[in-house]
Design a protein. Structure first.
Lengths: 715, 110
């Protein structure tokens, strides 16, 4: 009887373990072992070029080194192992439906292991000027410009100037190509100078260098790569994925071309993520091209649609100055005029783009003397980027001439389907919108648009009055304008308020801190909108990106190395009046989450060297980590980082090295299919895909889909 | 008589400040459109030297226009510290001369 029970117990254990690990015909499964035994928390990568576009899928091993790569399209795959403490295993061939044992290779030394660390472990070795070097004493002093008043101005410039376009610390950046070293006659300072002049972003690179102090900035970057070239290694080590992090499934497809780059990808209507189920993913190629890439993720087909411009004299990337590139020589690889920065899908699948359609000077109706209601309040002479719309059903474009500049776009929750926009840089000092219902009914772009300056109710009477300008002293009878535009924008899902976020000094290049901005439009927004501004807590800085959960809590990321939430309901003091003019009220509304990984040496360890480009709240549980989970795009950690019940879930994408994305969105393709029917979508967001991996002209931008299984072996 | 009138009118136009003002504005606009102002300011160093400093350095040098036009086109290093001036091959010879003429005047806005 006892023997019978033992047999039953073993049979039960066998049955349970087999059922946990039952692979289907579309899966590749197996076990990863090294000379040290089973390897837990390492990545198994399967890649094929058999499909119309290159396709890759990545999973993580469980605590016994087991893996299961689910739902693979029929094709022949190369499969290999990557992990912290390892070097890449040899690639083996496999087809779906097979079980394979993979032999992981222990890294022979610390240097070999560090090749797989996220970029921040390398760029945290960059020396940051010490706090006592600020304010800078200028060209004839310490090389730091006098307008760099505090250390965080400098760090914010590195993160929101350099890192906002580049995967700092990745192999393609921490190693200086011989091409530049030769140009600099072996001098690493000169090599970095030539490097920052390479390509068609030369002007922007110069702008950032000018802020760092060109000699200071180049010296420190040259010192950093010199030390690495001599063998210095990261002073910290990353941890392998654990817990929920092992449940992730990463799928990726090539799209566009290696010469172009993406700013964002979009899959659905954020307000209703079942829109466009299984449909095309759309890209935003910014300055690189007018070709808007698309991906059919069901049939694995990458394609593109060309956006037209209104005026043939619209500025083009081909005309900007450029130095020679180590990868592309003198070839101008970008030819974009449309400058598509960001986009959003509406409730019927139309795509709306923040896009350039014409030269900078505005039409007369935007300017002083116009009868346009918004121009009467805040006339605008220039717009850097306007709007366009593409209807995939009719294959027709609409080019919408806005007076205000656009940068990010999100739909409101109102009956007019108002498209709220941010402006990016602070120059315009206004927030603009398009009543898309009116526009679609009338095609009257002038009547359908509006904008307002950002006015804080500093006299505290609860209504908008005459105002003093940003550089003027408070007047008790007037309100005060702040000279910021929104960088991030997000209409609240719980009320009629629009939240924005203004950049700190490193990006804005004006002497004004970064803010969260609550804009209550009122009945006639151009004349009634009132703002509240909020600075992040003392010791933190640099908000970038914004989203709002279903309870009205606002989320942002800080270049001090934090994810942060702000709950206005927690505020105790007055939220208008003269004491709120600087935005220092309601510190009690903030909650901080330190981004993982090391901090720059000599800086406050409460922060992190990591920086995140943006944040997005998963209102509808499209990822599978729960409703209202914020997801930050960690550029130094090469990851998506989710906040789940106050804990950070680090979804590091290990391949190709230098995963860099700017934002995500999530879609539900089949609500009844559990984890398989949903996922979060994003794209390669670096301006230089050719720096990714080991650095290659063959490196395409990619579309990434991230899904969360209930366990690491689910299929 | 009519020809003489047109000729003298042309001379007058060529010598009026308005013509130079327009020319300076055009040069400033060209500098902006050509990306020069990403690295240079009129006054003081940005990444490269300020234009007024350049004008001062080359004041009274008759070959400065030719020399600097070549430097704008082909690039150079060493005159203003360690940061090299990149080449600008996309600029026409004429545009380079317009820019340098304006710079040597101290880059006036009007």
């Amino acid at each position: 009887m006892c023997r019978l029970n033992l047999r039953l117990l073993f049979a039960l254990i066998y049955f349970v373990s087999c059922s946990l690990f039952a692979a289907a015909n579309s899966d590749i499964s197996g076990v990863v072992k090294s000379s040290k035994g089973n390897e837990a928390g390492v990545w198994v990568i399967a890649e094929t070029t058999d499909l119309p576009t290159k396709f890759t899928k990545i999973v993580v091993t469980d605590d016994q080194g087991r893996f299961l790569i689910p739902e693979l399209p029929s094709a022949s795959y190369q499969v290999w192992v990557r992990g912290y403490g390892l070097v890449d295993s040899p690639k083996v061939n496999a087809v779906p439906g097979t079980f394979i044992n993979l032999k992981a290779l222990i890294a022979p030394n610390a240097k070999a292991a560090a090749e797989y660390y996220p970029g921040m472990y390398w760029y945290s070795m960059l020396e940051i000027p010490k706090a006592n070097e600020f304010p800078g004493t200028g060209e004839k002093g310490n090389g730091i410009p006098t307008f760099m008043k505090q250390q965080h101005y400098w760090v914010d410039t590195v993160k929101n100037g350099c890192q906002s376009c580049h995967a700092l610390g990745s192999k393609g950046i921490r190693e200086v190509p011989e091409f530049f070293t030769k140009m600099g006659n072996g001098d690493s300072f000169a090599a970095w100078a030539h490097r920052t002049q390479a390509g068609q972003a030369m002007g922007y690179m110069a702008l950032v260098l000018g802020r760092l102090g060109p000699d200071k900035g180049l010296s420190l970057y040259a010192d950093w790569t010199d030390r690495i070239a001599k063998g210095e290694l990261p002073f910290a080590k990353p941890e392998r994925p654990k817990g929920l992090e092992r449940n992730a499934v990463y799928s990726m497809w090539d799209w566009s071309t290696p010469k172009f780059y993406m700013h964002d990808a979009m899959s659905t209507d954020k307000r209703n993520p079942t829109i466009n189920a299984n449909g095309l993913i759309w890209g935003a190629p910014e300055e690189s091209t007018n070709l808007v890439p698309t991906l059919d993720p069901v049939n694995h087909i990458a394609s593109s649609v060309r956006m037209p411009v209104l005026d043939p004299n619209t500025p083009s990337s081909t005309n900007v100055p450029r130095g020679p590139s180590a990868y592309w020589g003198n070839e101008p690889i970008w030819d974009g005029q449309s400058s598509i920065h960001n986009h959003i899908m509406d409730e019927v699948g139309r795509m709306w783009f923040a896009a350039r359609i014409r030269p900078v000077p505005n039409p007369d109706f935007c300017k002083a003397g116009s009868d346009h209601p918004s121009a009467k309040v805040a006339p605008l002479n220039e717009s850097l980027r306007q709007l366009s719309m593409y209807d995939p059903k009719t294959k027709e474009w609409a080019l919408i001439n806005t007076c205000f500049s656009t940068h990010h776009v999100y739909f409101g929750h109102d009956a007019n389907n108002t498209l709220w926009t941010s402006a990016g840089p602070p120059n315009s000092g206004v927030v603009g919108w398009l009543n898309t219902k009116k526009y679609l009914e009338t095609r009257d772009e002038k009547a359908s648009q509006g904008w307002t300056p950002i006015i804080v109710d500093t006299n505290g009477n609860g209504k908008r009055d005459e105002w003093v300008e940003a550089n003027q002293a408070l007047d008790p009878k007037k309100d005060k304008r702040i000279m910021a535009a929104f960088y991030g924008v997000q209409p609240s899902p719980v009320d009629d308020v629009i939240w924005g976020q203004a950049m700190d000094v490193g990006f804005s290049r004006i002497d004004q801190p970064g803010y969260l901005i609550r804009l209550d439009p009122g009945s006639d927004p151009s004349n009634t909108a009132l703002a509240e501004i909020y600075q992040s807590p003392e010791g933190t800085f640099g908000p970038r990106g914004i989203d709002i959960d279903s309870k009205g809590v606002v989320w942002t990321v800080l270049s001090s190395g934090h994810i942060a939430s702000f709950d206005r309901n927690k505020c105790k003091g007055p939220l208008n009046g003269p004491t709120t003019a600087e935005g220092k009220q309601c510190q009690e509304g903030w909650t901080l989450y330190r981004l993982p990984g090391p901090q720059f040496k000599g800086m406050d360890p409460k922060g992190s060297a990591d920086g995140a480009y943006y944040i997005w709240v998963d209102l509808h549980n499209t990822l599978g980590l729960g409703k209202d989970v914020p997801i930050a795009s960690s550029n130094g950690g090469e990851a998506l980082i989710a906040v789940v019940n106050g804990k950070l879930i680090n979804l590091h994408v290990p391949y190709p090295m230098a995963f860099f994305t700017k934002n995500v969105d999530g879609r539900i393709d089949d609500a009844s299919a559990g984890w398989k029917g949903r996922g979060v979508w994003t794209t390669t967001g670096t301006r230089t895909p050719f720096h990714s991996g080991d650095g290659s002209k063959d490196m395409y931008p990619k579309v990434f889909k991230v899904q969360m299984r209930p366990n690491p072996l689910a299929n | 008589m009519k020809t003489f009138f047109l000729f003298t009118s042309s001379l007058l136009l060529l010598n009026t400040p308005a013509v130079f003002a327009q020319s300076n504005q055009e040069a400033a606009s060209l500098a902006s459109q050509s990306g020069c102002m990403a690295c240079h300011k009129v006054e003081g160093k940005l990444v490269g030297p300020g234009y007024q400093d350049v004008a001062e350095k080359y004041k009274g040098q008759p070959d400065a226009l030719e020399q600097l036009s070549q430097k704008v086109k082909k690039g150079g290093a060493g005159s203003w510290g360690r940061i090299p001036m990149p080449a600008h091959p996309q600029l026409s010879d004429e545009s380079a001369r317009v820019l340098v003429t304006w710079i040597l005047k101290g880059a006036p806005s009007q």
